[in-house]
Write a protein that binds this ligand. Structure first.
Ligand SMILES: [Fe+2]
Length: 215
């Protein structure tokens, strides 16, 4: 995964609309899984090795996520503005998907302070991934294992929006498997889009990246 600078003003406007909604979330109303689950464990070195050693028996999905999906029916939130948030998010994320030209949406999630998504590789959903991450304070991070060098890479969040791009491979192309996780100490959200794992998907994703990095 490589960070990409968000220069495009139209995109900045769409993203600002999304973070305005996220900032209305009352963190205390996000329904939590047991609080004794920690990022230190699920995003730690031991669990990373465990997932990698599982090989193809890891299905690609994260085993643990402390946070919530923001989609209708999956938003674990008890605030009075629940429906308002879901409906406005749906409309803005659909706009962003259309703007990006992506083939499909992936996870749209929000993480409270202490939130995380455990090590996984999305081998079940290959493709060219464009990931937009918003962080309230910038106190969080993305981590992955570089498929080429096997190096453990940490990309710190930054306050506001950040864009990352990378290819997630399948077990048929083990050299492209991208093991990754993320954690945060402040409110954080991600909106992800995927382009098909073929030449056309690749060129469409590259066109989008150029657009993102152009005023
Ligand atoms: Fe993922």
């Amino acid at each position: 995964m490589k960070p990409k600078e968000i220069v495009n003003e139209e995109l900045q406007g769409i993203l600002l609309g999304i973070s305005d909604i996220i900032e209305t979330i009352d963190i205390s109303k996000i329904r939590q899984i047991p609080r004794d689950e920690t990022a230190d464990e699920w995003c730690g070195e031991e669990f990373r090795k465990h997932i990698i050693n599982k090989g193809t028996s890891h299905d690609g999905f994260p085993d643990m996520l402390l946070g919530t999906n923001l989609e209708y029916g999956k938003f674990c939130y008890d605030g009075e503005n629940r429906v308002d948030i879901v409906q406005r998010m749906e409309s803005h994320v659909t706009d962003l998907c259309t703007w990006s030209g992506a083939h499909r949406r992936a996870l749209t999630a929000v993480y409270p302070p202490g939130g995380f998504i455990s090590w996984h590789n999305n081998a079940n959903a290959p493709g060219y991934n464009v990931l937009f991450t918003w962080s309230q304070e910038g106190d969080g991070q993305w981590e992955h294992v570089d498929p080429d060098t096997r190096e453990h890479i940490v990309i710190p969040d930054k306050k506001g929006w950040q864009c990352k791009f990378g290819y997630y491979g399948t077990y048929q192309e083990p050299e492209s498997l991208l093991y990754h996780c993320a954690r945060t100490n402040c409110l954080r959200a991600t909106v992800a889009f995927v382009f098909n794992a073929d030449d056309r998907g690749k060129s469409m994703a590259e066109m989008l990246l150029e657009e993102i990095q152009t005023a």
